[in-house]
Write a protein that binds this ligand. Structure first.
Ligand SMILES: *Cc1c(COP(=O)(O)O)cnc(C)c1O
Length: 460
């Protein structure tokens, strides 16, 4: 008999999770103004809000924290991280920041001016927030296939080179400070971008003299998909693939809370010394001195080890298999989601489950609340609440897709938890006809409203 698959690690420490009744959850979600971000984590059984900063660190990462050098300037932790970044990504200059959006803040402060245009493949919400905050425009050049949730293609997160070239052709060079390529494409469902598309995007950028910035939160998962799905990469190691990816990039920003497998941290790295000098000033202003930015010495050490460990095939394989398990179970139960399963999450297709709910009543948010009520599982809306209002017209933006993202934290839940999630989705799917009304907004912030929005049921 062929032996079944098992994870390449064992568990050294556990953390209890609290169960609850439906009546308790009804009260808690009402108190949270129907915003899943406002729930206390002990009111949640399985927390799939995000895979950001929620992973379990390895014993080697914890051990490395004890070696942290907390010197204000020139800490040895900084140099250990610098060596790792230059070895893994080949980037000579970097600035540590407290997380990904801080890296965006630093680099966009150095690069963007009012009225600029920043094309990309589905900019992440904080990326778009930082672009629009500076009165610039984020132009989405994602391939159209990304919005057809039932289409199975291997690299569904790609940049449409035709759309990108149109933007580059129609705008003067000085209005386009960079092109952002996000790997994997989080917003489109954790879908990867092929090496070929990375290379061709870079070539197009070079032809127009525009730097290419890789938004790199899930760079290692993207490399895993390249290895498994793209011709010519099966025999290459994840580290070799990552090295090649970054030969095409001029700048990278990263939320280390994802594929760095740390609870906090990020950085921006670049090839240009001139840009580094410019960005340095903003790092000092917003984050901290250039050798620690927003991070403690111990956090930089944990990140250096995390980057090394999580660019090994077995780690990524265990993770992506678990995400796929959830996808396979949903297939068995007929629950529609963005296909194929992504690297870090399953994006349940809320519009397909609740086709009669008007978009004005926030379809994916409604499904997210139902899943919480059903089983205490917390996902996150990737739909019209997240899409915010148009910065000029102030009208609500209704994206093509209304998705409920179920993000799987790294090395945190077992396959039994995954089975509970799938069963809860199935139960809702079976009673979908009974969900006939959604929610309306009673409070919203002018930017990134989803974090603090308050809602009430349309029908009471
Ligand atoms: C998480 C994420 C960010 C922002 O990083 P934070 O650490 O949350 O500030 C930017 N881009 C992508 C693609 C991300 O997934």
């Amino acid at each position: 008999m062929e032996l079944p698959y098992a994870e390449p690690y064992k568990i050294k420490m556990t953390e209890p999770i609290r169960t609850s009744t439906r009546a308790e959850r009804e009260e808690w979600i009402r108190e949270a103004k129907y915003n899943l971000f406002k729930l206390r984590s002990d009111q949640v059984l399985i927390d799939l809000l995000t895979d950001s900063g929620t992973g379990s660190m390895s014993d080697r990462q914890w051990a490395a924290m004890m070696m942290g050098d907390e010197s204000y300037a020139g800490a040895s932790s900084y140099f250990r991280l610098k060596e790792t970044i230059s070895r893994i990504f080949g980037m000579p200059y970097f600035l540590p920041t407290h997380q990904g959006r801080a890296a965006e803040n630093v680099i966009f402060s150095a690069l963007l001016k009012e009225g600029d245009i920043v094309p990309g493949n589905s900019h992440f919400d904080t990326t778009k927030g930082h672009i629009e905050f500076r009165k610039c425009h984020a132009v989405d050049c994602t391939i159209d296939a990304a919005s057809d949730t039932q289409l199975e293609i291997p690299f569904k997160g790609e940049m449409d080179l035709g759309k990108l070239e149109k933007v580059l052709k129609e705008n003067p060079r000085e209005k386009v400070p960079c092109v952002v390529l996000t790997i994997t494409n989080n917003t489109a469902g954790g879908q990867p971008v092929s090496m070929r598309n990375i290379r061709e995007t870079a070539e197009l950028c070079r032809r127009y003299g525009v730097p290419m910035l890789l938004d790199s939160a899930r760079f290692a998962e993207n490399a895993y998909f390249i290895k498994n799905r793209e011709e010519g990469y099966a025999d290459k190691s994840i580290k070799e693939i990552v090295r090649e990816i970054y030969t095409y990039a001029d700048i990278m920003t990263i939320s280390a809370k994802k594929d760095g497998v740390v609870n906090m941290g990020g950085f921006v790295a670049m090839r240009s010394e001139e840009l580094f000098r410019k960005a340095m000033m903003f790092n000092i202003m917003f984050e901290g001195y250039i050798t620690y930015g927003g991070m403690s010495g111990r956090d930089m050490d944990a990140l250096a080890v995390g980057l090394d460990e999580n660019t090994e095939y077995a780690q990524l394989d265990a993770r992506i298999r678990q995400v796929k398990l959830l996808g396979d179970l949903l297939d068995e139960y007929g629950v529609p989601y963005q296909r194929p399963a992504g690297g870090h999450a399953i994006f349940v297709d809320a519009k397909k489950i609740l086709p009669n709910l008007p978009k004005e009543e926030f379809i994916a948010q409604t499904l997210g609340i139902e899943l919480y009520l059903e089983a205490g599982i917390r996902g996150v809306e990737i739909g019209s609440i997240l899409a915010d209002r148009d910065p000029e017209t102030h009208e609500n933006r209704y994206p093509k897709l209304e998705l409920l993202r179920l993000a799987i934290p790294r090395r945190v839940y077992t396959d039994n938890h995954i089975r509970v999630i799938a069963a809860a989705c199935r139960n809702i799917y079976e009673r979908r006809e009974s969900i006939t009304s959604g929610y309306r907004i009673t409070f919203e912030a002018p930017i990134l409203r989803h974090f603090t929005v308050e809602l009430e049921p349309v029908k009471r």
